[in-house]
Design a protein around this ligand. Structure first.
Ligand code: PEP
Length: 238
């Protein structure tokens, strides 16, 4: 990864392909990764000329290709649609979809098998003392040395996701430094792993996470659905 990355996580939006096309058009800038719902991947992929395509999830099947997994989408299918990235371990999937560390590990394996870069969300449940320990535990449970060929980490405090209660820049920076220190101490190839910030990023705070917080990019949910907000974020950080 070179330069600042802005990952647009559209979540379960928009309702129609017509709206998705309009969103793909305004998001189409260098340094952006657009992650639409699966049903729009094909159309968005064809619309993007400068941005890259990503997915919001993939199945962690050991076969990576096809198989008897009703309702799932494999990393091989994502590769065929030209996805370069996939988000794994998002907090909106961990509890609601019972995705624990071993499930997330399988998803990373399946995506790397297809040379799709996983964006691993490292979540922080609450602003509390146990946060650092819980971050360390997630990292060590999920990550293997071989994953550092190509992986991106996104620090995502859950209280900040979709709430407008974004994480204080200094606090976020502390967590980034902590994540880096755990990685470097435990994995030989982790030195240059990019770390993104995600959680109520908007056009006013975006630049601070990069310039003051030292993050390598942003994971943007709500603001990626609003044309003028998203365009300003991209303008200010890339
Ligand atoms: C996200 O979906 O990962 C996210 C950070 O959402 P939001 O920007 O809405 O907080």
């Amino acid at each position: 990864m070179s330069g600042i990355l802005v990952v647009a996580n559209w979540k379960m939006n928009p309702r129609t392909e017509r709206e998705a096309k309009e969103m793909a058009s305004y998001s189409d800038e260098r340094g952006v990764v657009v992650c639409p719902p699966f049903v729009f991947l094909d159309m968005v992929g064809k619309t993007l000329k400068k941005a890259e395509l990503g997915a919001q999830n993939c199945f962690g099947s050991p076969t990576a290709g096809g198989g008897p997994f009703t309702g799932e989408v494999s990393s091989a299918m994502l590769k065929d649609r030209n996805c370069k990235y996939v988000i794994v371990g998002h907090s909106e999937r961990r509890k609601p979809c019972n995705e624990d560390s071993s499930v997330i590990k399988d998803k990373i394996r399946a995506s790397l098998k297809e040379k799709i870069v996983p964006i691993l969300c490292v979540i922080e449940e609450e602003k509390e003392d146990g946060a650092l320990e819980s971050i360390r535990k997630q990292l060590l449970e999920i990550l293997e040395e071989e994953f550092f060929k190509e992986i991106i980490i996104a620090y995502e405090p859950v209280y900040a996701i979709g709430t407008g209660d974004y994480c204080d820049i200094e606090e976020a920076e502390k967590k980034k430094v902590f994540i880096k220190s755990v990685l470097v101490k435990n994995y030989k190839k982790a030195k240059n792993v990019p770390i993104l910030y995600g959680g109520s990023v908007d056009s006013k705070n975006a630049k601070d996470y990069i310039k003051r917080g030292g993050f390598d990019g942003l994971l943007v949910g709500t603001a990626s659905l609003k044309k003028s907000e998203f365009k300003k974020i991209v303008e200010r950080v890339t």
